[in-house]
Ligand binder design. Sequence first.
Ligand code: NAD
Length: 497
Amino acid sequence: MTSYGHFIGGKHVAGTSGRSADVFTPMTGEVASHVSLASVEEVDAAVHIAAAAQIGWAAVNPQRRARVMMRFLQLVLDNQKTLAELLAREHGKTVPDAMGDIQRGYEVVEFCCGIPHLLKGEFSDGVGPSIDAYSLRQPLGVAAGITPFNFPAMIPMWKFAPAIACGNSFILKPSERDPGVPMRLAELMMEAGLPAGVLNVVNGDKVAVDALLDHPGIAAVGFVGSTPIAEYIYARGASKGKRVHAFGGAKNHMVIMPDADMDKTVDALIGAGYGSGGQRCMAISVAVPVGQAAADRLMEKLVPRVEALRIGLSTDPQADYGPLVTQAAVDRVHQYCDIGIKEGADLVVDGRSFKMQGYENGFYVGSCLFDNVTKDMRIYKEEIFGPVLSVVRAKSYEEGLALCNDHEYGNGTAIFTRDGDAARDFVSRVQVGMVGVNVPIPTPLAYYSFGGWKRSAFGDLNQHGPDAVRFYTKTKNVTARWPSGVKEGVEFSMPTM
Ligand code: NAD
């Protein structure tokens, strides 16, 4: 049985805390490996190693840092299939879905290959007599990333690639539920020529996270996970003077206008609602048909499609989605279904009794669909994070828009329509960070930045794209006079040049 320790100072090291957690194979429900949970002392040792390595790494010129990124990118491409198989085995998502997880990660590495250009500062010539003004972007020091289980390749790469390209060293604390791919990515970074100690992986739970948040040697923390933890990370990290951005949960609405092409809408909705078993922060979990006729047409087409979804092994190329990550995730979905029924919603497709033949101990849930959900219900207000879609019928476009705007989460949303006026109005007025027009999962590409609004994100710079370069650097402004000997006399009032 595999046992994951940590990856510190360029090599695998065994955990010394005496604490560990089980890592499952969701397909079978078996324990596949154990992962060490770091102690405060182990985190402290990793921070010291990362701090020592950062000094040399920051002195490596940006072109050379970019070349490490280019070699890493090639290694990820060369190993994508085996990485995807490992990812699918520990997470439960299907192999094609895992290939996409890796691709959305390496696209950020591609972006980071342009770091010499991205780090260029500003320069103003002759702002005063023999005086020039310019700005520099400099690394912060040691940054930490705390990442969720649901994208174990993509989100670690979103975190460490820009941080390292900017000249920082990095400590990654991946999810303890699927640490295999993050550990392998650290090995590939070493193979790509990254100096030892610049990227470290410390496995662990709350003990390791708190140690990172409190450590004076950590300058910045990037977090992705559920909202209560995101809020906690933001508050505790910021109170220790760190730069923090923390991305949380979601309840993403798809507003379906009466003029939408219903076949295409259902195709989009079903993929965005049930892909990866609904375990995506950009999954659509609420469909909002506008008007009685649109709602009836939607349900007529949607119900048979949800009933026909194929749940399979992660290794089954025909499966629409695989098992969930843990038995606890399955139990949570069942509990929410019970809550929804008690609250008076109609469970029109009930997948709770689904069992995978021959894999009865695996973490499978059949697809569930609720109709007539209302905004006071817990199944509407709370994130379920499973293959459960809620239909909330709106009488008008304004009511549909208000649902999106009044919800506490504001990660992603979409409108499906053929009406440009409605689409433009929605884009302008919706209080959500990432918006799709006839696109169900509007995840920004690597060269834009990713982040939600309201209680889906804490902190004011987003992930990847230009914001990541801003997040992982500090700006220094310089005013320089050459030749220095120009005689001007003494000046006691505010310099105005
Ligand atoms: P989670 O909040 O349980 O865990 C995320 C990380 O925090 C893990 O590394 C975990 O070890 C750590 N952690 C957990 N409890 C902690 C505690 N009490 N103190 C300190 N650290 C703790 O999230 P998850 O279940 O791994 O991931 C699913 C969640 O992530 C969903 O809510 C999903 O919407 C969200 N998510 C958000 C985004 C986004 O960009 N907004 C992207 C992906 C996932």
